[in-house]
Design a protein around this ligand. Sequence first.
Ligand SMILES: NC(=O)c1ccc[n+]([C@@H]2O[C@H](COP(=O)([O-])OP(=O)(O)OC[C@H]3O[C@@H](n4cnc5c(N)ncnc54)[C@H](O)[C@@H]3O)[C@@H](O)[C@H]2O)c1
Ligand SMILES: [Zn+2]
Length: 362
Amino acid sequence: MTPTRIEVAAGAGAYPVVIAPRLLTTLPDRLTEAGLGPRRFLVTSPVIHALHGPLLARLGTEREPILVPDGERAKSLQTVSRVYEALIRAGADRSAVVVAAGGGVIGDLVGFAAATYLRGVRLVQVPTTLLAQVDSAIGGKVGVNHPLGKNLIGAFHAPSLVAIDPEVLGTLPRREFRAGLYEVVKYGVIASDAILADLEAHLPALFARQPDALQRIVAASCTVKADVVSADERESGLRRTLNFGHTIGHALEAVTRYRRFRHGEAVAYGMLGALAIGVARGVTPPELRDRIRALIAALGPLPPVVDLSRKELVAAVSRDKKVVAGTLHFIASTGVGKTTTLTDVTPKELRAALREIGVRQA
Ligand SMILES: NC(=O)c1ccc[n+]([C@@H]2O[C@H](COP(=O)([O-])OP(=O)(O)OC[C@H]3O[C@@H](n4cnc5c(N)ncnc54)[C@H](O)[C@@H]3O)[C@@H](O)[C@H]2O)c1
Ligand SMILES: [Zn+2]
């Protein structure tokens, strides 16, 4: 299968996203072709190293990979400090190329280390979860959590290369895989009928992790994300469309203290809520709501929301950072591939949507 190559425009110059099954087997040569020097430091997690160590081993030219824990609780300045320490001890200088292999947690935290070590060294993203492949590895946002809130510490640091091998998704737990698929659904709604049709027609092949099915869906999703961030790297307007489903999604994650939902699962509910608000407003065609409802149902069960409180969720929405200068910018769909920003969504509308998606407590 020929690799898919997508260019992402960034302030600091364009970078390629290359997607191909078995790409990791030839990646060292591609780094060389991309002009990335010989001092390469692979940073990954013990889990990923145990599963894909032999493939990844060739990416780092320094003796041992730098292993740091992943998982949301490890996405902290302390873990970043462990990366700095390993780089310093290994004598990494400004010619260092840091290769981050892992899910979004590794990509964000190792990317932040690369953004700040010696005021910035080059970074290669090798995303290994579906969410990281279609979302977090592209766009240059890097960072960590603070004990007082998620993703509060961060920077923009564009990678020199994003290398995606969909075959590594073969070892991903099914729930993590599904969590990434909800973001793919989002790309379908905001930008591409073809993505929705592909999901609808090929779910069994995707769940079987068939390389050609994965390649197609990952490449189509990366194209959407790359197009959006190329046009709007710093999130002034267009990039906000990527927040479709995220207003209510973030609120669900926050009120359950990030323990109940995988991010994508919360976004699935968030999309259903956004579609409900859109239909109630008369901007979203009811058929689109029904179509996405059916697709989300086909992807499998979601954690319950029945016991959550609408009042707490509405309060969480108004605390969200997407509220710009006191105004909530709510992304609604006006049809597949079309969005509109609503700046006057009321608590009452939010409560009605939450009721519709199954939140039963007042
Ligand atoms: N920078 C951005 O633009 C951006 C965008 C979206 C999300 N994010 C961030 O991404 C993070 C979530 O990323 P995630 O969902 O990838 O979670 P994650 O990095 O925690 O990975 C999920 C789990 O999958 C395991 N794993 C990774 N690859 C595997 C593989 N190939 N096989 C088996 N197991 C594997 C990991 O060890 C981990 O336990 C959040 O912190 C979020 O803030 C960032
Ligand atoms: Zn998301």
